[in-house]
Design a protein around this ligand. Structure first.
Ligand code: PLP
Length: 413
């Protein structure tokens, strides 16, 4: 994973807890449910509060079980530090809460997770200007940059249409202009791609999705890759300027977002996610192979009008995918010919479950225009390339032949 770690991705995650002293030699970091942490010496408590000694103060700002997960995610992303939040949106919202001020400008990909799109509309009403651009084209990002642009925000593979941002060129641009580059890696996960490789300063992961992987816990994370120079970021408060420049970003995020707004990840959820993370690579291999097989089968069928999957040669950014990601990912979307009603099709599936989540071990399907992207309206959907009949599939780890047979039988009405 790095020069100092001789082990591969999965070995590192499996053995990470035990490399530090763990109570009673537990192989898993125990679930610490305590909200408060007692100190035998009151002076030590004061030192912890003043940041002169490491330690936990109160559960909202940190917890040993959550810290063990943060350490694992830092290893996965090859980052210098990670902060966990109650949800992925908690992590993205922290950018606004801790790093942006009224009058700042953000350039965001227009191909976005629906709730992130909604969040940027919300902040636009609170003095932060957001421009949405087609991030598959770095020139469009460049054209949108202004002297007051603080953050460029992109996703790796956009949900549900699977557009792939021009990640490396945008990273180059941000590096040249000294702009904080934030990459939401949820769809690719650190197993398929590490945004640090393209110059991201902060990486977002919704832990609810593939990292947790079993659909039993919500969580989110922000990882500092160590590449961004926080000493040049205008919105660091004087209080945090006293810290080493490398720590300023996460220190301010921990205080101004996690502490002040309170979207803390609970220890039980952190434990579920940490257990799930152990099999991330194994699940991703299966799910990505399933997704490719399903995409190929659907593309070859005349009853399917269009298939969007980055692993297909027909995908507009297919070449980019090969150079950046380990595979095309676990998400695909498709449109049926007009004669087939998408709702009837979904109702004929026996394995694909109509549900709104991604990265579950089970295959989940959803008619996006009528559900998760309903609120934004037809015009914005069209601008994001979302057809009214689009079906999104979050491919699970079922046996490949079972999955293909199910999606095939549902085509024959
Ligand atoms: C789900 C998701 C989020 C938000 O995560 P939650 O844990 O549901 O809050 C953010 N970004 C992407 C790309 C997602 O898929």
């Amino acid at each position: 994973m790095s020069e100092t770690n001789p082990y591969g991705f999965t070995t590192t995650i499996l053995h990470n807890d035990r490399r530090k002293p763990v109570e009673q030699g537990s192989l898993h970091k125990p679930v610490h449910t305590s909200v408060a942490f007692g100190y035998g010496d009151a002076r030590q408590l004061a030192a912890v509060f003043q940041g002169r000694e490491p330690g936990f103060r109160y559960g909202r700002q940190g917890n040993p079980t959550v810290a063990a997960l943060e350490d694992k995610i830092s290893k996965m992303e090859d980052g210098v530090g990670t902060l966990c939040f109650a949800t992925g949106m908690g992590a993205i919202g922290a950018l606004f809460q801790a790093l942006l001020k009224s009058g700042d400008h953000v350039v965001s990909s227009s191909f976005l997770f629906g709730n992130t799109n909604s969040l940027w509309q919300t902040v636009a009403g609170q003095g932060v200007a957001v421009d949405f651009v087609d991030a598959t084209d770095a020139a469009k990002v460049e054209a949108a940059l202004r002297p007051d642009t603080r953050i460029v925000f992109v996703e790796t593979i956009a949900n549900p249409r699977t557009q792939v941002a021009d990640l490396a060129r945008i990273g180059q641009l941000c590096r040249e202009r000294g702009i904080l580059y934030v990459v939401d890696n949820t769809m690719t996960t650190p197993w398929l791609f590490r945004p640090r490789a393209v110059g991201a300063g902060l990486v977002v992961n919704s832990l609810t999705k593939s990292i947790g992987g079993h659909g039993i816990a919500l969580g989110g994370a922000l990882t500092d890759t160590g590449l961004f120079d926080w000493s040049a970021y205008p919105n660091i408060a004087a209080n945090f300027r006293k810290q080493a420049p490398a720590n300023q970003g996460l220190a301010q995020l921990r205080a101004k977002a996690l502490r002040d707004f309170g979207a803390a990840l609970g220890p039980e959820a952190a434990h579920h996610i940490a257990v799930g993370a152990e099999t991330l690579a194994l699940r991703m291999e299966r799910t990505c192979a399933n997704a490719l097989a399903l995409a190929r089968m659907l593309e070859a069928d005349p009853r399917v009008a269009a298939v969007h999957y980055p692993g297909l040669a027909s995908h507009p950014q297919h070449a980019l995918v090969g150079s950046l990601f380990r595979s095309g990912g676990s998400l695909l979307s498709f449109e049926l010919v007009d004669e087939i009603d998408p709702f009837d099709y979904l109702n004929r599936l026996k394995l694909g479950i109509p549900a709104s989540n991604l990265g579950d071990t089970r295959t989940l399907v959803i008619p996006v225009a009528h559900t998760i992207f309903f609120e934004m309206g037809a015009e914005r959907r069209a601008s994001m390339g979302i057809a009214e009949s689009l079906i999104r599939v979050s491919v699970g780890i079922e046996d490949t032949e079972d999955l293909l047979a199910d999606f095939r039988q549902a085509l024959a009405s």
